[in-house]
Design a protein around this ligand. Structure first.
Ligand code: DC
Length: 690
C-alpha cells in the first residue's frame, strides 16, 4: 500500500541548471563497510553514504562486535575484526537492501555462528535462490524460509570450499557474494561471468590487499587471504547522478555539471545510451581514488532521439532503466527496452511501476514481458503517481514531472532516503533558476541559445540588413504587451504588429477546418495549405498589420475565443509551424518601421534589433487582468507551454530591457520605454519624436 503521508509536489521547470555533487556511492559504501569490518586494523571511509540501506549494513556489523567511530555523518573509522565476527543477539535486519542481504550472506556462511537475515516487505519478496545455489555448492548451510526461496535467510556454521561457477544471470550481487564466501573457503574460487557486471568488489578487495585475477570474463580468488585496513574515499554515486544527467540531457536549454562522481566504466552505460540519443555530454576523469575513477561530467540539454536498449547493454544500466524510460518518454520516436526481465524482481516490479506511472503522465507505452516500448512526446500531463516503495521510481518520476503542464504529486517518497538523502534539496536547487526567477536566470544562458538560433536563421533567411527600426516587445501572457506596444507605435508613428494574432489566426483556421491541434503532423500539414497574407491598415494616427487567412480576416472575438486561447500555445510549440511563420514576420520589416510584440521577437525573429524590451508581471496580477478583460484563459498554463517548448521558447533576450509591469500603469511603462529609446538615439522620421 502506498504511504501517502510522505509525498513530493514537483512544479514544472523549463530546464535544469547548476552544479551538483551527489552523495557517496551506495554499492561502494556497503562494500567498504563490509571489507573494513573484516580487515585487520583501522580503516577510514570518507564520503560514506549515510542512507537507510548503508546504515543498515553499518548497524549489522556493529551488532557483530565491530567498533565504528563516526566523524560526522559521512566519515567512518572502522576497527576491523580480522575476519572473525561476534554472533549477533538477534536477527539481522537488511531493511530494503538486496545488496546487503546477498553480500552479507556470503560472509556469514563462513562464520562460526548461527544467523538469520530479514528484510522489509519489498526485500522479503526478492529471490534468494541465485545466491543459495552457489553457496550450497561451496558447502554452506543456508536456506530461505519464505515462499519460493525468499527471505528470511537462515545460515548455520559450515566449512567452505572453492568452486568454479558460471553466473547464469549477470549479477554483481551474486558475484560479490561468492567472492566474499571465497575469501574464507579452501582452495580457489573461479567465477565465469559471460557479461561483465559492476566490479566494485574486485576493485575494493585489491585496495584491502587481496588480489583477484581478472581475465577474459573470469575472476579467480585464492581462499584464505587476509584483508588489511586501508583508507577509502567513496566517489559520488553515478546512479544517483543519473537522474540529473538524464534530466539535463533530455530537457533543452539545461546546463549541468556533476562533480566528484564515480566513473567506473561498469557503471556508466547510461552515458553511451544518451550519447547515442543525441545528448551533449563531456566527461573528465580527474583522479583514481583507490582503484575507482572519479571525475566531472558536463551535460547540455537537447531534444533527444529514441533508441533501443537491449542485450548485454542492460546489465550496465539496470539501475538506470527508470530514468532512461523517462528520457525515452521525452525523446522523438519510440524507445524500446528489452531483455530487462531482471527489473521485475528489483525493489519493485519496475517494469510495471514504470508503465503504470508513464501512462498516468499521459505517455503512450506498451508493456512487454522483458521491457517496454515508449512513445516520446514533448511535454506530459501532470499526474499523481506512487513510488511503489521504490526510490528509483520516485526519483525518475520527479524528473518527468518537471515536464508536466502543472504541478504533479509523487506519493510515498520516504524510500528516496535508501539511496539519495538530499534529493529533494538538490531538485529544488537545480530547478530554482527555471521555476522562480526564470526570466532573470535565462539571460545567463542566452548566449548559447542565441548562438544556435542565429545559425538556424542565417541558413533559412537572407540576412539582409533591416532598412527600418524594429522595436521588439516580448513577454509573458497578459503582461501588458499589446497595450504598451500599440501606444508606442502610435507615439512613434510605427506600424504595430501583434505576432500573437498571427499564431491565433492560424490556430483559429486549423480548428475551423476540424483538425485536432494535438496531432502535430496533421496540424503542420493543414498549415502548409493555408494562404497567409498581411495587410497594413492605416486609420487616423494608427497603423497596424492585419492577418488574412485564405483571404478571410478572423474577427477579434474569434481570435480570442476560449477554444483558441486553449489551443494557440500548442500550435505555437510546433517547430515546423514556427519555421514557416518566420520569414512571413521578417518580411514586413522591409516595408515599415515596426513595433512587434510576441514571445520570440527579440530572440529569434529580429535578434539584430537594438531596441528590445521584455515585460513581465506577477501571475496574480496577470490573471486578474485577463478576468477584467472578460476572457477565459489559463495564463499559468500558457506561460508554461511557451517557456517549456523546445522551439523558440519564451525567453528574455540578453540584451533586452526587462520591465516589471505589476505595479506601474501602462502609461508609465510606455513613458519608460520612450525614454530609453530616446536615450538610445532612435530618431524618428514620422510621429511625435522627430
Ligand atoms: O500574445 P498572445 O497571448 O496573443 O499569444 C498567443 C500565443 O501565441 C502565445 O501563448 C504563444 C504564441 N506566440 C508565440 O509563440 N510567439 C509569438 N511571437 C507570439 C505568440
Amino acid at each position: 500500500m502506498a504511504n501517502t503521508n510522505s509525498y513530493l509536489i514537483v512544479e514544472p521547470a523549463a530546464f535544469i541548471k547548476g552544479e551538483v555533487t551527489v552523495p557517496g556511492d551506495k554499492s561502494i559504501s556497503h562494500r567498504a563497510v563490509m571489507l573494513a569490518s573484516l580487515a585487520r586494523g583501522r580503516s577510514s571511509i570518507r564520503n560514506f553514504l549515510p542512507s537507510e540501506d548503508c546504515l543498515c549494513t553499518l548497524r549489522a556489523f556493529e551488532a557483530m562486535g565491530v567498533s565504528v567511530e563516526k566523524q560526522g555523518k559521512t566519515h567512518l573509522i572502522i576497527e576491523g575484526k580480522s575476519g572473525v565476527l561476534f554472533p549477533p543477539f538477534e536477527a539481522i535486519d537488511c531493511g530494503n537492501s538486496g545488496t546487503m542481504m546477498r553480500l552479507l550472506a556470503g560472509i556469514l556462511t563462513a562464520q562460526p555462528f548461527y544467523s538469520k537475515l530479514i528484510g522489509d516487505y519489498s526485500l522479503s519478496k526478492r529471490p534468494m535462490s541465485r545466491i543459495i545455489e552457489p553457496l550450497r555448492m561451496m558447502g554452506a548451510k543456508i536456506r530461505a524460509d519464505g515462499p519460493k526461496d525468499t527471505p528470511p535467510l537462515i545460515i548455520e556454521p559450515s566449512t567452505l570450499k572453492g568452486i568454479e561457477y558460471r553466473l547464469p544471470i549477470p549479477s554483481a550481487q551474486v558475484k560479490s557474494c561468492i567472492l566474499l564466501a571465497g575469501l574464507f573457503a579452501s582452495g580457489v574460487t573461479r567465477i565465469i561471468e559471460p557479461v561483465a557486471s559492476r566490479d566494485h568488489t574486485e576493485r575494493l578487495l585489491e585496495q584491502f590487499g587481496v588480489r583477484t585475477i581478472r581475465e577474459k570474463g573470469e575472476i579467480i580468488l585464492h581462499g584464505g587471504m587476509k584483508l588489511e585496513a586501508t583508507d577509502i574515499e567513496v566517489p559520488g554515486d553515478f546512479s544517483s547522478a543519473a537522474f540529473w544527467i538524464g534530466a539535463a540531457a533530455a530537457i533543452p536549454h539545461s546546463e549541468l555539471r556533476v562533480r566528484s562522481i564515480g566513473l567506473n566504466p561498469t557503471r556508466t552505460g547510461l552515458l553511451n545510451i544518451l550519447l547515442r540519443m543525441g545528448a551533449q555530454i563531456e566527461e573528465s576523469i580527474e583522479s583514481y581514488s583507490k582503484g575507482e575513477p572519479i571525475g566531472s561530467l558536463w551535460v547540455r540539454g537537447n531534444k533527444l532521439r529514441a533508441t533501443v536498449i537491449q542485450g548485454e547493454e542492460i546489465v550496465g544500466v539496470i539501475d538506470e532503466i527508470p530514468i532512461l524510460a523517462v528520457v525515452g518518454a521525452l525523446a522523438d520516436g519510440v524507445t524500446e527496452i528489452r531483455n530487462a526481465q531482471e527489473l521485475r524482481v528489483k525493489e519493485s516490479d519496475r517494469i510495471k511501476a514504470i508503465v503504470t506511472n508513464l501512462r498516468a503522465f499521459g505517455v503512450e507505452v506498451e508493456e512487454l514481458v522483458d521491457g517496454m516500448r515508449i512513445k516520446g512526446k514533448n511535454t506530459v500531463q501532470a499526474a499523481r503517481v506512487e513510488s511503489f516503495g521504490d526510490h528509483r521510481i520516485a526519483m525518475a518520476f520527479s524528473i518527468l514531472a518537471l515536464r508536466a503542464n502543472k504541478a504533479s504529486r509523487i506519493d510515498d517518497v520516504d524510500c528516496i532516503a535508501t539511496s539519495y538523502p538530499g534529493f529533494q534539496e538538490d531538485l529544488r536547487a537545480l530547478t530554482q533558476s527555471s521555476t522562480e526567477g526564470w526570466a532573470e536566470e535565462t539571460k545567463k544562458i542566452k548566449n548559447f541559445i542565441m548562438g544556435s538560433q542565429k545559425f538556424a536563421k542565417a541558413t533559412e533567411l537572407e540576412k539582409k540588413e533591416l532598412p527600418y527600426p524594429v522595436i521588439t516587445i516580448d513577454g509573458t501572457t497578459a503582461s501588458g504587451k499589446s497595450t504598451v506596444a500599440k501606444e508606442i507605435a502610435k507615439v512613434l508613428g510605427f506600424t504595430y504588429f501583434n505576432t500573437g494574432a498571427l499564431y491565433r489566426a492560424v490556430t483559429w483556421k486549423i480548428l475551423a477546418l476540424g483538425y485536432d491541434v494535438h496531432d502535430e503532423e496533421k496540424a503542420v500539414e493543414a498549415c502548409r495549405k493555408l494562404n497567409l497574407r498581411c495587410v497594413i491598415r492605416k486609420e487616423d494616427s494608427f497603423s497596424q498589420a492585419s492577418i488574412l487567412v485564405d483571404d478571410q480576416q478572423p474577427l477579434e472575438k474569434e481570435l480570442r475565443s476560449p477554444e483558441v486561447n486553449e489551443a494557440v500555445s500548442i500550435v505555437a510549440s510546433y517547430r515546423k509551424i514556427r519555421e514557416w511563420l518566420l520569414p512571413f514576420q521578417r518580411e514586413l520589416a522591409y516595408k515599415e518601421p515596426l513595433v512587434v510584440e510576441g514571445r520570440d521577437i527579440g530572440t529569434v525573429v529580429f535578434p539584430e534589433s537594438p531596441y528590445k524590451f521584455f515585460l513581465d508581471a506577477n501571475l496574480e496580477e496577470r490573471e486578474k487582468r485577463r478576468e477584467e478583460q472578460g476572457e477565459r484563459d489559463n495564463v499559468a498554463q500558457r506561460d508554461r507551454l511557451d517557456i517549456l517548448r523546445s522551439s523558440a521558447p519564451l525567453l528574455c533576450p540578453v540584451d533586452a530591457v526587462k520591465l516589471d509591469t505589476t505595479k506601474p500603469s501602462a502609461q508609465k511603462v510606455v513613458e519608460k520605454i520612450l525614454d530609453i529609446l530616446w536615450k538610445k538615439g532612435l530618431t524618428i522620421s514620422r510621429g511625435k519624436m522627430d
